[in-house]
Design a protein around this ligand. Structure first.
Ligand code: GDP
Ligand code: MG
Length: 440
C-alpha cells in the first residue's frame, strides 16, 4: 500500500495547481492502491468518494500548496477511519479488570494474551491468564508456556477433570482473581478455522457470564478480503469493544485495518508485529495513517528505543541530539544497541522513505553493522567527535584502514548526519520535515 501511494503523491507534489483531471487521476490511483492492499471494496468506494469531494472543494483550490492539501486530506480521512484518537484500555473501577479475547483459530489470541500480560505487568499490573480454550488438546499448555514467558500466573481447569466447561472456568477465574488480588484477568478463548455458530455461542456465553470490561477481537492482518465478513460475524455473534491487528509484521500494509475499523466502527487498540512477546504496541491511528502514506513511524521508533535503552542513557542521548554533541561514537553505540531491539529491518522500516527502499532494507544485515563498526573504529578520536574534519585524504585513510571504499565511508557519514539532524528535530519536540511535505 505504502509504495503505491507514495508514488502517486510524489507525482502529485510536482504540480503547482491541480485540475479536476489531476484529482480524478489521483483518486483513481488511491482506489487502486487500496484495492491492491485488500481493503474491502465498499470501504474503498466510500473512502475515495469522500476524498474526491473534498479535493474538488474550496480547501484545495484556495490552498497555498494544493497538492500538499490533498495529501493532508487523505491523511485526515485515514486517521478518521482508523478511529481518530488512540483508544486506551478501560480499567474497571473495582478490580479485577476483565479482558476477553475472541477471534478465529490462528489469529494470535494466545500469543496476544502473553503480550498483554507482559505489557500490563511492566506497568505495575498483576495479570492472570485464563485458559478458556479447552477445545484443542494443546491450548492450555501453550497458554502456560506463554504465561511463564510473560512472568504471569495462569488459571486453568484441574487436569483429569475431563473436558472442562469454558464458561465455568471463566467464572471461577474471576473469583480466584479477587481472592488472590490479581488486578487484571485476560481470558483466552477457543477459535475455529472458519466462523462457526457453536464457537460464537460459546464466546457469547463466556461474555455473558463474566461481563468483561473489554472484549478484544483479534484479527490476522493478512486475512485480506475475508476481514470484513469475519469481523461482522464476530460483531453480531459476540460483539467487541476493540480490535487487535496481529501479524502486521508480514506483507499486509494496513488494508485489514481500514476495512475492519470502517465496517465495525470499533477502534483498533493494539498492533501485534511478531511472534515474540515484545512485538506488540498500542495502535496509534495517526501513526498508521502516516505509515500508509510513507511518512515513516518516527514516534513508534523512538518509543521502542526508549524501552530498550536504559532511561538515563536515553536522557543523555536526547540531550546530545538537542545540543548537537552527538558523535559517531554515540552512533556506533546506538547501532550496537539496536541489535538488542529485535529485528533491525523492522526498525529501519519505520523510517521515512524506507518503504520505497525495501530492496535496500533486505540487504541491511549484520554484515552492514560489522562494516560500520570497522569504519568508525578506523577513525581517530577527533574524527569521531567531530565528523566535519573528515576531508578527502582522511576518508581515503579510513577506507584503507577498514578494508572498505571511500564511497562506503561517505555513505556512513551521510547517514550519520541525516540521523543526527532528524533526531535533533525530534528531540526538540517537533516532527521532522519531510522533503516536499512541510511540517506534519
Ligand atoms: P490463536 O489460535 O488465536 O490463539 O493464535 P496463536 O496465538 O496460537 O498464534 C498462531 C500463530 O501465529 C503462532 O504460530 C504465533 O506464533 C503466530 N503469531 C501470533 N501473533 C503473531 C504476529 O503478530 N506476527 C507473527 N509473525 N506471528 C504471530
Ligand atoms: Mg489459542
Amino acid at each position: 500500500l505504502s509504495d503505491r501511494l507514495a508514488e502517486t503523491f510524489k507525482n502529485l507534489r510536482k504540480k503547482g495547481t491541480l485540475s479536476a483531471s489531476d484529482i480524478d487521476g489521483t483518486v483513481r490511483e488511491i482506489r487502486r492502491a487500496l484495492i491492491d492492499a485488500d481493503v474491502a471494496f465498499d470501504v474503498v468506494k466510500e473512502f475515495t468518494s469522500r476524498i474526491r469531494e473534498r479535493a474538488l472543494g474550496d480547501e484545495v483550490s484556495k490552498a497555498l500548496n494544493p497538492a500538499q492539501q490533498v495529501v493532508q486530506i487523505v491523511n485526515d480521512e485515514l486517521i478518521s477511519i482508523l478511529g481518530g484518537e488512540q483508544r486506551r484500555l478501560e480499567f474497571a473501577k473495582t478490580p479485577p479488570t476483565v479482558i476477553m479475547l475472541a477471534g478465529l483459530q490462528g489469529a494470535g489470541k494466545t500469543t496476544l494474551a502473553g503480550k498483554l500480560a507482559q505489557w500490563l505487568a511492566k506497568d505495575g499490573h498483576t495479570p492472570l491468564l485464563v485458559a478458556c480454550d479447552l477445545q484443542r488438546p494443546n491450548a492450555v499448555t501453550q497458554l502456560s508456556v506463554v504465561a511463564e514467558q510473560a512472568g504471569a500466573s495462569i488459571f486453568a481447569p484441574e487436569p483429569g477433570n475431563g473436558v472442562g466447561d469454558p464458561v465455568r472456568v471463566a467464572k471461577d477465574s474471576i473469583k480466584h482473581a479477587r481472592d488472590k488480588q490479581y488486578d487484571t484477568v485476560i481470558i483466552d478463548t477457543a477459535g475455529r478455522l472458519g466462523v462457526d455458530a457453536e464457537l460464537m455461542k460459546q464466546a457469547a456465553n463466556i461474555r455473558k457470564a463474566v461481563d468483561p470490561d473489554e472484549v478484544l477481537f483479534v484479527i490476522d492482518a493478512m486475512i485480506g478480503q475475508d476481514a470484513v465478513a469475519t469481523a461482522k460475524a464476530f460483531q453480531d455473534g459476540v460483539d467487541f469493544t476493540g480490535v487487535v491487528l496481529s501479524k502486521l509484521d508480514g506483507d499486509a500494509r494496513g488494508g485489514a485495518a481500514l476495512s475492519v475499523a470502517s465496517v465495525t466502527g470499533r477502534p483498533i487498540m493494539f498492533a501485534s508485529t511478531g511472534e515474540g512477546l515484545g512485538d506488540f504496541e498500542p495502535f496509534h491511528p495517526d501513526r498508521m495513517a502516516s505509515r500508509i502514506l510513507d511518512l515513516g513511524d518516527i514516534l513508534t521508533l523512538i518509543e521502542q528505543a526508549q524501552q530498550a535503552f536504559d532511561e538515563e542513557e536515553a536522557r543523555q542521548v536526547a540531550e546530545k541530539f538537542a545540543t548537537d554533541t552527538f558523535t559517531l561514537d554515540d552512533f556506533l553505540k546506538q547501532m550496537q544497541q539496536l541489535r538488542n531491539m529485535g529485528s533491525i529491518k523492522k526498525m529501519m522500516g519505520m523510517l521515512p522513505g524506507m518503504a520505497q527502499q525495501r530492496d535496500q532494507l533486505d540487504n541491511f544485515d549484520e554484515k552492514e553493522i560489522v562494516r560500520t563498526e570497522a569504519i568508525i573504529q578506523s577513525m581517530t578520536r577527533a574524527e569521531r567527535t567531530n565528523p566535519k574534519v573528515l576531508n578527502g585524504s582522511r576518508r581515503l585513510r579510513i577506507a584503507r584502514g577498514s578494508g572498505s571504499t571511500v564511497t562506503d565511508v561517505n555513505q556512513l557519514v551521510n547517514r550519520f548526519e541525516q540521523a543526527a539532524k532528524m533526531m535533533k528535530t525530534v528531540a526538540k519536540g517537533g516532527m521532522p520535515q519531510i522533503p516536499g511535505m512541510g511540517p506534519v
